[in-house]
Each structure stands twice: as C-alpha cells, then as structure tokens.
Design a protein around this ligand. Structure first.
Ligand SMILES: *Cc1c(COP(=O)(O)O)cnc(C)c1O
Length: 414
C-alpha cells in the first residue's frame, strides 16, 4: 500500500493579495470540537458572527452573514438573487475582477452593459453617472478594490447617485473589507460582498456579505422553498422568475440565519469558528487602528521599493493601500525572481493577470501578513535577489528607508 507523508506545509511569509497568513488564534479556532448545526451554543455563535459582520460592514442591515464558498460564491449569490433574465446591468470594469462581475451577471441572463477604463486607473464619478444615465440599468455592479491592478474605486458619490435614481448598487469589497474603510450605509451600497482570505486573514472558504431591505424585497419576490421543509401555510411566490440556484439562494439562506433556522445546507462549522475569531480579532484591534496599520506598512514598503529605484505601477491617486504593484525592471525575469524569493526565503509575492502578466509584481500587505518584520524581510530579500537577475539596486538602502518610515510612524502615534 502506498504511504503518504505526514501533512507538513512549509511556513511561509505570504505577501500576496491573498490568501495571506492566518493569525495562530484563527488556526486554533479552526480545530475546536464540532457542534451540531442547531445546537444553541452553535446558533449563538452564528448570531454573534452576524453582529460582528454588521460592525465590519458599518451597517444597520438586518442581513449580514457568510455564504459558504469562496468570495465569488457571495458575488454569485447576490447576482443570482437579483438578476432576472433580460435585466440591464451596468458593470464598470477597470481590472480583472470587473470582468468576473460581468461574466457572472451574463450567466444570470442579464443584458450586461460595460464601460472600461485603462488598467491602472479608476473611473471618475461623472463617468459612471454618465453611463448610468445613458444605459438606464436597474443594477450597477462594481469592484471596490481591484487586486489585479492595486486600484481603489471611490464609491460614496456613485452610491448616492444610484440611490437617487432608485438603482441597486452591488459592490465587490472582497479585497478591501477589514483593511480599508467600507461604509455600507453611509455610501448607500445595497449589497456588499467581502472575502475572508485577504484583509481578514481567515482561510478562504467563506464569503461574508450584507444587503439591505431593498435587496431583500427583490429576493422575497423570487423566493421558493423546498417542499420537504416548508413551514405550515407557506406557498411560493407566484413569480415565474424564481431564484435559479438552491445552494446560493439568499432568500433561503436568510431563513437559516434567522431565528426560524429553517434548514438549508449544513453550516461549515470549523470555518464559522475561524471567521468568528478573525472578526473578533479585527474588532478588538479596532477598525480605524487596523486601517492605520495597513497604511503605515504600505508607506514603509513603498519607501523601500523606491529606494531600490523600482517604479510603482498605476495612478498613485487611486492606489489601494493593501496591494502595491511594482513594474518589473526591463530585462528582469519576473517569474525567476518570484521563484527564488519562495525557494530561498520562503517569501511569496504575486504576479498579475492578462495584460499585466510578466509586467508587474504585486505585493500584498493584508491582515496578519501586514506587519513590520514581513515588510522588512521582503525588501531585504528582493534587494538580495535582484542583482542575481540583472538589476542592481544600491545595497542596504531599502531596509533603511522603510525603517525610517516606521520610526516616523512611531513618532506620529505618540
Ligand atoms: C480575490 C478576489 C475575488 C475572488 O475571490 P475568491 O475567494 O477567490 O472567490 C473577487 N474579487 C476581488 C476584488 C478579489 O480580490
């Protein structure tokens, strides 16, 4: 019989836009004993998780819970629930994940209209509003933080414009939640999808999301319930355009997350422990303090990269704090550098997608990975590896530049 070795993944320093390192307290939570899905101890953990998610999303929405599946399952749940065949959906695209929104909307039968912005920049509010007024969609779906290009799309004014026109605004905040402000209520976002494996530093496998009563009204209109578990007196809405997914049916899932506890799938017990612990840690740190930590490490990283003479990619005015994109210097084999960082230093940085593949590296500073020692080690390792690949930074400068930012940052905190 074939023997397999003990599972023993190498410890890594993960400086990518996800998945990132997990706080040991989250790992510990993942290993706790099972509870049954209707055990009152477990359902109270579900309720606490909802409460914490409301704080994270800065919302008073009743509905804030995780969908089981990676972040795109949350995106798919929202779009499948909202989009009826032939519905006009506007997707402003400024990177890879905008295309994902458009693709999912299309699969839901939407008549998708897109506007595109050159990668490395974001839309002005006016551009999005002009497209809304021209195309007359009923739903707008947009990415908040584009991990593929490291850009951040401001949403407050777009949110208000959508609300004034009575459109629904769906936001992919997978990469930003827990690392940058996401003001669901203040910005008038109707549905927001977050992620676990990025700034929350929980393994991938859940998609926390929230939506308001405007979205809920649509879901209820399209609701169906399995005959086998129907509460007495329930009958389906007469709607022919009922929600086409069972697993991702938010109208059913919200019953499972309500005091009704109407059975749907079996909640992912261990993942819920992990998410609850990740949320607890984020709220204990304080969201403002957490955002400030991400900004400080970003500044130190950028100072170090620039001291090496490397060029940052993209419009600095809309740079997302938690991802820093670096132009790969001419003549340098970007993949060889990444491989050596991993093999010799145990450090992982990312490449990018589509038109940016081979042109930039992406360095994430997210969640538990976002700390001083990681930033300094990454800079030192890059500085050591680059000369072997034909690029000669001035040795020793970059770590000093980053350290100077940290010293200054410590001064500011006092
Ligand atoms: C990572 C990411 C996703 C996809 O998340 P999965 O968990 O891999 O499904 C979607 N949108 C953005 C902006 C992301 O960064």
């Amino acid at each position: 019989m074939k023997k397999y070795a003990d599972l023993s993944p190498s410890p890594r320093i993960i400086m990518t836009p996800g998945p990132v390192e997990v706080d040991p307290r989250v790992s510990r939570a993942l290993s706790y004993p099972m509870l049954g899905q209707f055990d009152p101890e477990f359902t109270s953990l579900m309720n606490e998780t909802m409460e914490m998610l409301r704080d994270l999303f800065r919302t008073a929405n009743r509905w804030a819970f995780p969908v089981d599946g990676t972040s795109r399952s949350g995106i798919e749940a929202v779009l499948t629930g909202l989009i009826e065949p032939g519905e006009r959906v506007l997707v402003p695209i400024y990177g890879r994940f905008g295309y994902l929104l458009a693709e999912i909307a299309e699969r839901c039968g939407a008549e998708v209209v897109t506007i595109e912005k050159e990668w490395g920049s974001v839309f002005s509010t006016e551009e999005v509003i002009a497209a809304i007024d021209r195309e007359k969609p009923s739903i707008v779906a947009i990415v908040h933080g584009e991990t593929s290009t490291g850009r951040l799309q401001p949403l407050a004014e777009i949110g208000h414009a959508c609300r004034e026109r009575d459109l629904l605004l769906v936001v992919d905040a997978v990469a930003t939640i827990g690392g940058l402000p996401v003001e669901t209520d203040e910005w008038k976002l109707d549905a927001v999808i977050g992620g676990t494996q990025k700034c929350l530093s929980v393994p991938s496998g859940m998609s926390p999301l929230t939506y308001n009563e405007r979205v809920e009204a649509r879901l209820l209109k399209r609701k169906r319930i399995e005959r086998g578990i129907r509460p007495e007196g329930y009958s389906d809405s007469g709607e022919v355009s009922f929600i086409r997914s069972n697993y991702l049916d938010l109208a059913q899932l919200q019953d499972y997350w309500s005091p009704l506890r109407l059975n749907h799938h079996t909640e992912a017990t261990a993942m819920l422990y992990g998410l609850r612990e990740g949320l607890r840690l984020a709220l204990e740190e304080g969201l403002e303090e957490r955002f400030a930590r991400h900004r400080l490490n970003e500044r130190a990283l950028m100072a170090g990269l620039e001291a090496m003479g490397l060029n940052l990619y993209g419009d600095p005015a809309c740079k997302m704090t938690v991802v820093t994109c670096v132009a790969i210097p001419n003549g340098v084999d970007g993949e060889a550098v990444r491989s050596q960082l991993l093999a010799d230093f145990g450090i992982e940085i990312a490449s990018s997608f589509g038109p940016l593949k081979g042109r930039i590296w992406r360095i994430g500073t997210m969640g538990y990975s976002c700390r001083k020692s990681n930033v300094l080690l990454t800079l030192a390792a890059l500085e050591a590896v680059l000369p072997l690949r034909g690029y000669h930074p001035v040795a020793g400068r970059s770590v000093q530049a980053a350290l100077a930012v940290y010293r200054e940052g410590a001064g500011q905190d006092e």
